[in-house]
Design a protein around this ligand. Sequence first.
Ligand SMILES: [Zn+2]
Length: 274
Amino acid sequence: MKAIISHDIDHITVSEHLFRDIILPKYFMRMHIELFSGKISTREYILRWSDIFKNKWQNIDELITFNNINKVPSSFFVAVNKGVGLNYSNLSAAVWIEQMLNRKCELAIHGIAFDDQKHIQDEYNLFQHLTNQSQFGIRMHYVRNTENTYQMLAKAGYLYDSTEHAFKNPYKIGAMWEFPFQIMDGWVIENYKSWQSMNLEQAKQNTIKLIDKAAQSNIQFLGIDFHDRYFSHSFKTWLEWYMWLVEYLKGNGVEFVNFKQAIQELESYDAHGK
Ligand SMILES: [Zn+2]
């Protein structure tokens, strides 16, 4: 089993949310619940306030550096449209898109349009225009999908999608590869709540169960979604969970690849009829 780790960019600054959505009130609510339930320390609580004053809700540079040290290819999903609490502009995304391309990351789109062919195509074209890439993939924000989403993405020209949550191997829809993924940070740390409900040890145990399930299901590429936003001491459990997960996989001989490397591998299997 190999692993594909990818990162959704949901936020860049704090100010992008001001008077536009309810992310900030939710953030305050969440950090107080986590403080009073003993899930976060006073230090983390103070750091969360300091992030607000620094107007910094992304940790892209820090995460790429950590990944590079650990031989994890950095694969990002960046949005070019706004919606469902995602509110950064193309201009502010462009700064990070440039940085990701300079640092040789894999760059794909964090999709907003999911149920209308024209909107899906417009989003594809806009991303192509902004990033100058000819082939790229997508993951939907909040993994939104309908029964027709994947067909529409394939029709728009996407190389791959990784929105489906399932213990299944990659498969093709038209010319597009669908990479179901199995582990998301929030699923194991929040566990169906809107705040951190698990401690680090519980999150690790839940994760090990998912990895074991993937191995039993003969999953070829373990899909993991970790949000850069949590690669921070303000979210100590999340940060430590991610660093532990990379170590755990390395310790178990799991090699890291990005989506395009996985596709190359899948297509060379096909070509050799293996
Ligand atoms: Zn998202």
